[in-house]
Design a protein around this ligand. Sequence first.
Ligand code: SF4
Length: 281
Amino acid sequence: MSELKSAEPLSLEASSPFELRVELGKDVSESVVKQALRTGDIGFLHSFTTGSAVDGPGVRLVAWTSGCQFRCLYCHNPDTWNMLNGMAVPLERAIAEIRKYAHGLKIMAGGVTLSGGEPLMQDRFVIRLLTATKEMGIHTALDTNGYLGQRLADEELDQIDIVLLDIKTWYPSRHRYLTGKEIGPTLDFARRLAQRHKTVWLRYVLVPTLTDDENDVRQIAMYAADLGNVERVDVLPFHQMGRYKWERLNLDYKLNDVQPPAPELVERVCGQFRAAGLKTY
Ligand code: SF4
C-alpha cells in the first residue's frame, strides 16, 4: 500500500462508463498488484458513476471495476479488459466514496452496484467493499458474467442482495466465439444462485446476427424460468457507443456494420422471455 501514489490526477467520478480510461494503474508494481488481489486492500477501478436507474433497483451508485477475462465481440467498454487501465484505489477510499452517498441512496431506495469489466476478477476487494456497503445499511448488487462465481463462498454471497447475471448465449460454441470462454461456469453459478434463492436479474445483450436467434433466446428463457429466482430480464439493445474505444485501443472491431436492433426485434425477444413466464424491461 505504501507504494501507492496518493494523489491521482483523475477524479474517481466519471460522467459515464463510456469515458475512455487507460493505463491509470500502470505504475503500480507487480508485487502490489498481487497483494491487492490476495487481500482486497486495493481495487482497480475505472470509475464511479452516480444516478444510474438501470443497474439494479432504485437509483444506483455504480463502481466500475477494471479487468475482464471475456473478450465479447460487442463489448462497449474494452478499456476495462486490462485491470491496470483502472485506477488503484485503496479499499478505505472506495468505502469513503460510498459513504458520501449513503444517505441519498437510502432515501431513494437505491444502492450500490459493482460492475465492470468483471468485478470477480478482484473478488477479495469486491466482497470487502460490498460487505462494508451492507454494513452501512445500503442495498448491494453485483453485475457479473458469472464465470468466476465459485470464488465467492456461500456466506459471501449473503452480502449481495441482487446478482445481475449476464448470459450471452445458450450455445457453447457460440459462447466461445462471442466471448473467448466457456459457458459452463456461468451456468453453474446460475444454478448455485437458484439453490440459494438469491434474487437474479438476467441481462441479455441483443445483437442482430449474433444473439437474435429464436432458438437461442428460447433456450435461455426456458432455463431462466426454470431456475425460479430470476425476478426480471433486461434485454439490452446493442449500440455503437463503445466503437470509438475499440478504435482508440487499436483493437479489431468486427461489428462496424451491425445496426442496433429494430424495435420489432426487441419486442420479439422480450416476448419470448415473457412467454416463458418472466418479466422483461
Ligand atoms: S463480460 Fe462485459 S466487460 Fe467483459 S468483455 Fe464481455 S461485455 Fe466486456
